[in-house]
Design a protein around this ligand. Structure first.
Ligand code: ATP
Ligand code: MG
Length: 661
């Protein structure tokens, strides 16, 4: 209810929530209620200001964040939240392109290429241009990263490449050729990678004034969370939609800008007022998340970045304990320590498993911990490095769905055909040409042409599969994604799972989960969109190891710091606070990277509400198996020692309740 809505806020938050029309920038430190302010602002606009939900656009960093915010705003309102557009920049651009893609020369059924698709296509382009033999030529995903960086900064590609590859032997011309071919192939296949979604989203608004006009008239209010991590292309996109009325509210924290490696530009945030001179600035100063001990440490951490505008975290909550610096012997010891502490917290009844998180700089830092959690049979979820939807088996079974929606999708075609006997990448390409660059599964003739194009050894398998998928020629299954995958697996893919993967049961389980997930969608198109837009920031969907069946609320969360952005837990462990791990060894070499790593550490520290452990093992095993000594992270040395408790547990950690270490 409206009165309650404002009663839950402090004066500064209330001022921002009830800000008059016009541009507004909320600059505030971690945990001060920026996200909460946006949620309440949405509810306030609808309840008090007479704005209809479909006239609001809410942009967030992950789809999950959007979902959560909409749920919360929905609870504060008396209905209608479903019609509000909320999501990531990619998902919003996609939604627009699905309606107007033909204006840019695409079909509306264009396919979205994820990182893995993009990599495969690039690999092919590199091979076709005869550059594969050159060992020094960048790998496809490296190249894709640089293409993406140029795109998100809207910078000149040649210059970006020259900046990145400085060796005189770097084949810049070759890379540019790869880019051109890659672009052409994507177009031929009616495909867009993630960068294209944003680029084309922006082009749509720039080149089609009527479309831009339509969205400007639709979205009377635009709100953006985590604005400090927007790239140039994203801030331009927002500005174009908000142009005219300029009802744009952006919230962010320059201390938490951690995506410059992906083209985020903090200047966007700092120069907001240059682009929106009338912008009102709101500051939130009280931190509601963490106990004072955690904030004391956070303040010390960020003080190491001198170039920033000073902002001190002021605690709202009293009491609590100081964070603990833990000296451990090695990674295994660290893993045992975390498991033991987590068990104690849970057993004391004070903290539920879902209120505990373990954060780390890079995915591989958590390997020993995963083993230990498995041994202790403690449920946990991993926000995984390989995205659920990008795993080979998932992509294999989704390939027919993609073709069903976009008959020009060569990548899906090749992926599928290479599952048949005697078909490799070359053969798949020849077949594709033979089919005239299309396979329309709905069309009998097109399917018959495929049977002809397949090598004799594969024809039998195809005929069996065809009659399972299209009984008596009926193609209705193409519109029912869950059933289609199920049938595909039964009739064809189950044997391949057994022959290809060393963990067939868990692959099969993934696919079962996928079918259940797919069955919720009314059409194949809707399912594919949802699936392809799960960026790595959203991963972790049904991915859990020991806790596969566990409710995420009952499982400890393991995540990189990047993916922990905006979230909070009662108890937080940060692993491997040592030189070369956090900050990463690469950071020490690149100018500007140390400051970004420090901000990353600040993000890690400010996730904790009540308890924080910073773990520093003294030894680690290198890739070659040697033991190396590690020194404590320079970031720890920047913290006043009086603000930390020190723990030096003995090795090995004691046995815990019959559990034999
Ligand atoms: P981050 O920078 O990490 O994204 P944030 O500024 O977005 O943080 P929120 O996540 O909105 O902060 O809020 C942090 C915590 O404080 C949440 O648990 C939120 O519910 C709580 N909180 C914020 N404002 C208030 C308030 N006025 N009263 C009580 N709790 C509050
Ligand atoms: Mg937030």
């Amino acid at each position: 209810m409206p009165t309650d809505l404002l009663a839950e806020l402090n004066d500064q938050q209330r001022a921002a929530v009830t800000a008059p029309d016009g541009p507004a920038l909320v600059i505030a430190a971690a945990g001060t209620g920026k996200t909460r302010t946006l949620t309440h602002r949405v509810a306030w606009l609808v309840q008090e200001h007479g704005i209809r939900p479909w006239n609001i656009l809410l942009l967030t960093f992950t789809n999950r964040a959007a979902k959560e915010m909409l749920e919360r705003a929905g609870q504060l309102m008396s209905g209608g939240i479903e019609s509000l557009w909320g999501g990531t920049f990619h998902s919003v651009a996609n939604r627009m392109l699905r309606r107007h893609a033909e204006r840019l020369g695409y079909d509306r059924s264009f396919a979205i290429l994820d990182e893995d698709d993009a990599s495969r296509l690039l690999k092919q382009c590199i091979a076709d241009l005869g550059l594969k033999g050159n060992k020094k030529f960048p790998k496809p995903d490296v190249l894709h990263g640089v293409f993406g960086l140029a795109a998100s900064r809207m910078a000149d590609l040649r210059e970006t490449l020259e900046d990145r590859f400085t060796s005189p032997e770097a084949d810049i011309e070759g890379m540019l050729k790869v880019h051109d071919l890659y672009d052409r192939r994507k177009r031929e296949a009616q495909g867009m990678d993630f960068d294209d979604l944003l680029l084309n989203g922006l082009r749509l608004l720039r080149e089609c004034p009527d479309v831009a006009e339509h969205y400007r008239n639709t979205f009377h209010h635009v709100l953006v969370d985590e604005y400090q991590d927007t790239s140039r292309i994203q801030s331009d996109f927002v500005d174009l939609i908000a142009a005219g009325h300029d009802n744009l509210m952006a919230v962010g924290d320059d201390f938490q800008s951690i995506y410059s490696w992906r083209g985020a530009e903090i200047v966007n945030f700092l120069d907001f007022r240059k682009r929106h001179p009338a912008a009102r600035i709101y500051k939130l100063e009280r931190n509601y998340r963490s106990v004072p001990g955690v904030l004391d440490v956070a303040n010390d951490v960020i003080a190491g970045n001198p170039e920033q505008y000073p902002k001190t975290l002021v605690p709202h909550r009293p009491g609590g304990v100081r964070p603990t610096l833990v000296h451990l012997s090695d990674g295994r010891h660290q893993a045992r320590y975390v498991v033991e502490k987590a068990m104690r917290l849970i057993e004391s009844g004070e903290v539920r498993p879902g209120e505990i998180a373990v954060l780390y700089r890079s995915h591989f830092h958590a390997m020993e911990l995963q083993l230990e959690l498995n041994r202790a049979q403690m449920p946990y979820t991993v926000v995984s490095g390989v995205r659920f939807f990008e795993q080979a088996h998932i992509k294999d079974v989704v390939a027919p769905l993609r073709l069903a929606v976009n008959p020009a999708d060569f990548l899906a075609f090749a992926r599928w055909m290479e599952l048949f006997p005697k078909v490799g990448p070359k053969r798949a390409e020849t077949m594709w040409r033979k089919l005239g660059g299309r396979l329309d599964l709905r069309d009998y003739e097109s399917r018959a042409a495929l049977a002809d194009a397949l090598p004799a050894d594969a024809r039998g398998a195809w005929c069996d599969l065809e009659s399972a998928l299209f009984p008596a020629g009926d193609t209705a299954l193409l519109g029912r994604p869950g059933e289609l995958v199920e049938t595909f697996v039964k009739a064809f893919y189950a044997d391949i799972i057994d022959a290809t993967f060393d963990t067939p049961r868990s692959r099969q389980e993934d696919i079962t989960e996928l079918c259940a997930f797919a069955a919720k969608y009314p059409s194949t198109e809707a399912f594919l969109d949802e699936m392809s837009l799960q960026t790595n920031l959203d991963s972790g969907t049904p991915q859990a190891s020991a806790g596969r069946d566990a409710d995420p609320d009952d499982a400890i969360r393991l995540t990189t710091v990047h993916q922990a952005k905006g979230l909070e837990w009662k108890a937080v462990f940060v692993l491997w606070m040592v030189h070369g791990m956090f900050p990463s060894s690469r950071a020490a070499e690149e100018p500007g990277m140390m400051a970004e790593e420090r901000r990353l550490f600040y993000v890690a520290v400010t996730r904790a509400k009540d308890y924080l452990w910073l773990c520093a093992p003294q030894m680690r095993r290198s890739a070659s198996g040697d033991l190396q000594f590690c020194s404590v992270s320079p970031f720890i040395e920047e913290i006043d020692p009086a603000k930390l408790q020190i723990d030096r547990p003995t090795t090995p950690a004691p046995a815990w309740r019959g559990y034999n270490w």
